[in-house]
Every structure is written in C-alpha cells, then in structure tokens.
Design a protein around this ligand. Structure first.
Ligand code: SF4
Length: 306
C-alpha cells in the first residue's frame, strides 16, 4: 500500500477537524465511499496573493532561486542543489524525510543551514504565530533537522513591512505548551489516524460549512445526538465529556454534581462552572427537541459520578 506522507496541508486539515482527515484517508475502506471533493476555497486557504513580498525578497538577496516553475518530480533534487549552492532564499522548494513531506514557501539561509519562512496570508505579521503557521514551520524545521540542514529551531513569518522571528520553543499557552509541543501532538494524532487506530467523530462546528463531508456529518451528528449540537460546545469539550456522556440526552439526564470537585470536575479542562453551564444547555436542548426523548421526564437517570 502506498505510504501516506504527512504534509503541511494534512496537518492543517487536522487542526480544523480530525474526523475530516480520517474520512479523507479511510472512507473507502470503511465502506462510505469518496466525498465529492468540493471544498470552499477558505478550507484550502487562499494562494499567496502577496507575490510582491516574495519578489522583494528575491530582489534583495542576489543568488536566490524560485523553484515554483520547476517540474514537480525534480523539485526536491533542485532544492538540495540550491541548498548546496547556499542560495540565500529558496522559494517554492520541496524537502522530505521519512514519512514527512514539506513544501516551504521560503527557505532562508543562515549560518551553516536553513530555516523555513512563511509569507503572512494577510500581509500583516501578528505578535504570536497562529497554530497553522506554527505547525507548518515546525514540520519544515523537523524535515531540515532530519537532513542535518537546520540552522536553528524556528523560522520567520514575512509580512508586508515586517519579518518576525519565530522560536519553536516559545510558549503558546499558559501551561507552558510550546509551538513544538503543538506540532508533536499534531504529528502523533495524524499518525494514529493514518494507522486507523483512533476513533474520530463527526461534529457540528463552524468549519463544517466549508467541508466536503458536511452532507455525511450533519445527519450523523443528529443520529448520534452528539454534544456539539449544543451551542458553545466545541470538539475539545465534547471529547472530554463523551466517554461519560455520549449524547445530549445522557448529559441532560445526569446528576452532574457527582462529578464536581470544588471548582474542578472529573473532566479534563472543564471547570465546575462550565460543566453546570453545559448541563443547563443540554437540559434546554432536550426540552426543546422532543424528537430526542419525547420529553425530559421520559429520560432514564444517567451516570451520577464515581
Ligand atoms: S463536515 Fe465537519 S465534522 Fe465532518 S469532516 Fe467536515 S469539518 Fe469534520
């Protein structure tokens, strides 16, 4: 069987929805068939509309190369040649190592090696890199490192007037999580999905309207009475609760105080206040959707905590 290579776009899809990655990779072996590939352009992301930023970099750095017009089959070899020649900026290169494949829009020569660069999609450079920029830079650093070509663990985001240095060890969350941690988590998740050893679930989420699987997932969410039907309940909240409350009806019927421990709960990342809030949403949802249970009184009492 052909190996599935992990690319930046696969990781971007994962950040948007793990179930999408699973369906794209396994729908046929699961007997679902292929989706009609008809994504909204926002899912795939706009092409680089800031070509002048790239052209400016090339002009300012003599000896730079633009490999975008090169035939796809020879782009990796041409990228290695350009790096051997110490081209200061390589545009549209291709790098690979093990099961990783990268197509960095920029490779920038520094010291004895290279670091990747991203061109900001909207021309401005935020103080903190977004998750998509972070995971892309980390993937390209990982590949460079495996080829012993990485100058330092990070890269640059280039904007209209600015260029920002991004260190992969910088923290992106209050708990000390770094960009590198985020990348490693994503890599582990995507490998589990490729190996089909993890369960993913459909959801009702803002990105569904752009996705080619929405015709399948919408009815599935209703059929499973998924928790993401509740306003403000995202995938992370659902995934934390789903082992105990697989449906809205089961959550609505539960005595949730049995799961509360002071201001915390038994559920990862969910405070007591948030659990009570979500429970209230579930109760109101059941009361206003008779299709689920035929009324709240008909509910069998569900888990009451350990
Ligand atoms: S429709 Fe929504 S839940 Fe289904 S795969 Fe797409 S983004 Fe994921």
């Amino acid at each position: 069987m052909e190996q599935t290579l992990i690319t930046g776009s696969l990781l971007h899809d994962l950040l948007r929805c793990d179930h999408r990655v699973a369906l794209d990779l396994h729908s046929e072996s699961w007997g679902i068939g292929k989706a009609e590939l008809n994504d909204h352009p926002l899912w795939t992301g706009p092409l680089h509309v800031h070509e002048h930023i790239i052209q400016g970099l090339i002009a300012e750095n003599p000896g730079s190369v633009d490999l975008r017009p090169v035939e796809a089959g020879s782009r990796q070899a041409r990228t290695l040649l350009a790096m051997d020649a110490r081209a200061p900026v390589i545009v549209g290169g291709e790098i690979a190592a093990d099961d990783l494949l990268g197509q960095p829009i920029l490779l920038l020569q520094e010291d004895d090696g290279y670091v990747p660069g991203e061109v900001s999609r909207n021309g401005t450079v935020a103080v903190e890199p977004g998750p998509f920029e972070g995971v892309t830079l980390a993937l390209h650093c990982d590949i460079l490192e495996r080829n012993d070509l990485l100058a330092w663990p990070g890269g640059y985001v280039v904007g209209e007037q600015t260029i920002r240095r991004v260190d992969l060890h910088s923290t992106i969350a209050g708990d000390g999580t770094t960009l590198l941690d985020g990348y490693e988590d994503a890599l582990e998740n995507v490998r589990d999905i490729i190996d089909d050893v993890v369960v993913t679930r459909s959801a009702q989420a803002p990105e569904c309207w752009m996705c080619h699987w929405r015709g399948l997932c919408g009815p599935d969410v209703e059929r499973r009475d998924d928790l993401t039907q509740l306003e403000t309940v995202d995938r992370a909240t659902r995934d934390s609760l789903v082992g105990t409350f697989p449906t809205v009806a089961s959550l609505a019927a539960a005595e949730i105080e049995g799961f509360v421990r002071g201001t915390a709960t038994d559920f990862l990342g969910i405070s007591a206040e948030r659990l009570r809030e979500v429970h209230g949403l579930a109760v109101r949802f059941v009361e206003s959707n008779p299709r689920i249970v035929g009324g709240r009184d008909a509910l069998q009492r569900m888990p009451q905590g350990p």
